[in-house]
Design a protein around this ligand. Structure first.
Ligand SMILES: Cc1ncc(COP(=O)(O)O)c(C=O)c1O
Length: 402
């Protein structure tokens, strides 16, 4: 974290009168993390980046030579990828797609469309027919279970995503009767922020079993099982991360076992957002004011959940650290608190604009900068930036441009 502190301190020395607020993306860390992940995957697995986690152009550019492609959830995201690469593999999913999106995604030559209902399947067939092409699709499965032991917490109440598992046979038959559709496999994305590697691997094994069963029953060319994203970041316990090596070992066993039969093992696809991009990002904002209300201390930062919704959306305790800024250019006293709990809040006129509650700080002054690490995924991209027309943060990239 020292490089971030040094950078912020030097920025403040150069801009003493500008209140700091920025997302800082360490592109070297992004590259290191993605390279580690992709290099460790066994043959037969492919890794896509889900750009909804962070579709910043420089993030996509950095990942382009490393990952196998990009998972997108809208035409806007297709276009963001295509702006950077005319040939990168794109896989396109999303619970509701317009005709225009399906048509333009096909025109942009997406590699796979994840189809979420039988009606959408028929619509895709009709649109592909108009374009005179065949669309490669995966059927998105909404799993009912039974699920492997220990994974029950991964399935929830009925959700709006994909096709009910009970209707998959009908969807396969419908796909077989559509002249402009090639069914290439199944898409499963059933969880978010999974922290347990063995459970995640068991779930991937379960996806594979289901897909193989349908392949045997309906006899089609099963090329891909998309296991989705969902690999987690232990925000509250960074020292105990998802055990990636354990996960990879289990994955190797799954692929070995599936390669023993007569039919070739389908490729397993992953489309991870959080696990790819979280560690490269820092959200940093200067303390504008510190006030005491009764027994409680509040620090108001030059930002808030409208820029960094993640801790509010997930209701987790997000880690943070303080960068002391020694310069103080006002001819006025500086507020300081020592050795006491502080609640860090944002600039929105909402009592919910709380980034973290009652955290002990050794020393905090107005003008110091609070930094939230692991802000590279679902930070800016999920936040309500335009609330109250508040200013946008800066976007800074390491290694720094000259
Ligand atoms: C279909 C789909 N795939 C992949 C992802 C990425 O998930 P994560 O960032 O948890 O890896 C999401 C996230 O919502 C998703 O909905």
């Amino acid at each position: 974290m020292n490089h971030i502190s040094d950078y912020i301190q030097s920025w403040k020395r150069r801009h003493p009168d500008e209140p700091f607020s920025a997302f800082i993306y360490d592109l070297a860390e992004l590259k290191r993390n993605a390279t580690r992940i992709v290099a460790s995957l066994p043959a037969g697995a492919k890794y896509f980046y889900a750009i909804k986690a962070n579709s910043d152009k420089k993030i996509i550019e950095t990942l382009l030579p490393i990952v196998d492609g990009f998972e997108v959830a809208s035409l806007g995201e297709v276009e963001k990828v295509r702006e950077i690469s005319g040939s990168a593999d794109i896989i396109f999913g999303g619970p509701g797609k317009t005709d225009g999106e399906i048509e333009n995604a096909l025109r942009h030559r997406v590699a796979l469309l994840h189809v979420e209902s039988i009606a959408e399947l028929l619509r895709t067939n009709w649109i592909a027919g108009r374009l005179g092409i065949k669309a490669d699709i995966l059927l998105r499965v909404n799993l009912r279970g039974p699920l492997p032991a220990g994974t029950l917490q991964m399935c929830g109440v009925p959700s709006q995503f994909g096709i009910d598992e009970a209707d998959i046979p009908q969807a396969i038959e419908t796909a077989g009767s559509c002249p402009n559709i090639s069914l290439r496999g199944f898409h499963f994305h059933s969880m978010s922020n999974q922290l347990e590697a063995p459970l995640h691997a068991a779930m991937v094994g379960h996806y594979m079993e289901r897909a193989r069963l349908w392949q045997t029953q309906y006899g089609f060319d099963l090329r891909y099982v998309n296991a989705g994203g969902g690999i987690g970041i232990h925000y509250e316990k960074l020292e105990a991360p998802f055990e990636w090596d354990t996960f990879v070992r289990e994955l190797e066993h799954i692929i070995e076992k599936e390669s023993e039969g007569n039919a070739p093992c389908p490729e397993i696809l992953f489309e991870c957002g959080r696990y790819t991009a979280a560690s490269c990002g820092y959200y940093a904002a200067e303390v504008l004011d510190i006030r005491q209300i009764g027994d409680s201390s509040f620090a108001v930062i030059n930002g808030g959940l409208h820029q960094f919704l993640l801790p509010g959306a997930w209701k987790h305790r997000h880690p943070f650290f303080i960068v002391p800024v020694d310069g103080w250019s006002y001819p006025l006293p500086r507020t300081e608190i020592n050795d006491r709990p502080v609640t860090i809040v944002g600039r929105m006129n909402s009592p919910r604009d709380i980034l973290t509650r009652n955290e002990n700080v050794a020393r905090l002054r107005t003008g110091d900068v609070i930094v939230f690490p692991y802000a590279g995924a679902y930070g800016w991209s999920i936040s309500a930036h335009d609330f109250s027309s508040l200013e946008y943060p800066e976007f800074l990239y390491m290694p720094w441009q000259a």
